[in-house]
Design a protein around this ligand. Structure first.
Ligand code: CP
Length: 325
């Protein structure tokens, strides 16, 4: 695995999920094949789960890890080409990422979308710049468009808790006080569809996700219809695609609660966290036995560990066979 940015880098999802679970259950002995390799974890946005689980996974594999909170601990970055840097950004990404490439063998990056310019966010301008100027394999810790480590952890969690081969999985939009990126929802949809599960997406009109991620899902504006007989309900807020990045302020009644799940008695509740209690979903639901949110967070470790293991294997293969023969 040369990079991990989207589901297309995963190869067989089934094999990835099963290898992660074999690690979790102790069937696979801890493999220290990361000894001698350095991971740089660069954050342009806050994190709790991603930071801790990825660092833990890398150390389990024997890697050395350094974390850089770029926005608080480093220089403001310029990304524009041929710019006269007389403003408030003292360092260009060409040098910053180039330096990271000299220090680390593998670079993990968190870079949320600006939510101002859809074309720029969809192009993954920041992520591509770090990849290009560092020259190192890149691991996404959530980019402008996707959050693959979260999606893999979500699929591991579904695999552990499903009682049928093809469960009904519902992604339901939730109200929020802030406009949120669409990356988790897009990523979840593309991974669930790639896994072959029965995906239903429910949202109020005007909150359509991008079709490239949701093709093959059943999409409805009727939350009750979507929830009927659901096996897994993934609660997530996202901002509008048009006008891009806007908060949808109406439809507070889309908050998920126990009463709405009367038609889905066996449904388990999922959320990537952090979750706004009694805004996105009721606190009672989060505290109930239906909730899988802590299981998802726990599986972030195994998601990161299996992905890092595959990326380290690729680095070793490349080193032993640089010409590719
Ligand atoms: N779900 C998730 O990525 O959590 P953090 O933002 O805390 O890393």
């Amino acid at each position: 695995m040369k990079q991990f940015i989207s589901v297309t880098d995963a190869g067989s999802i089934d094999m990835l999920v099963k290898e992660a679970l074999a690690m979790k259950w102790g069937v696979l002995p801890v493999n220290r094949l990361g000894v001698g390799l350095k991971l740089g974890m660069v954050f342009l946005n806050p994190s709790l789960r991603t930071r801790l689980s990825t660092e833990m996974a890398a150390k389990n594999l024997g890697m050395e890890v350094q974390v850089l909170n770029m926005t608080s601990d480093s220089w403001g970055l310029e990304f524009a080409e041929d710019v006269t840097m007389d403003g408030d950004k003292p360092e260009h990404v060409k040098e910053a990422a180039g330096v990271l490439g000299r220090y680390f063998d593998l670079i993990a990056l968190r870079s949320f979308p600006g939510l101002k310019n859809k074309e720029e966010d969809d192009s993954e301008m920041v992520f591509r710049a770090f990849a290009r100027y560092s020259g190192r394999p890149m691991l996404s810790m959530e980019s402008a468009t996707r959050h693959p480590l979260q999606s893999l952890a979500d699929l591991i969690t579904i695999h552990e808790h499903k009682e049928k081969k093809t469960p009904k999985v519902v992604l339901t939009w939730a109200p929020h006080v802030k406009p949120l990126p669409r990356a988790v929802s897009h990523s979840f949809a593309e991974w669930v569809l790639a896994a072959g599960y029965d995906l239903h997406i429910a949202h109020p009109p005007g909150l359509e996700l991008d079709e490239e991620y949701t093709r093959g899902a059943n999409i409805t504006h009727d939350q009750n219809e979507a929830l009927k007989d659901a096996d897994f309900v993934y609660v997530k807020s996202w901002s509008k695609g048009d006008p891009y990045g806007e908060l949808h302020k109406e439809d507070e009644n889309w908050m998920l609660n126990e009463a709405k799940l009367a038609s889905a008695p066996n449904a388990r509740i999922m959320h990537c966290l952090p979750a706004r209690r009694n805004v996105e979903l009721s606190g009672a639901l989060l505290d109930s036995p239906r909730s899988l949110v802590l299981a998802q967070a726990e599986n972030r470790l195994w998601s990161a560990q299996v992905v890092l293991k595959r990326m380290i294997e690729s680095i070793h293969n490349e080193a032993s066979n640089p010409s590719g023969y």
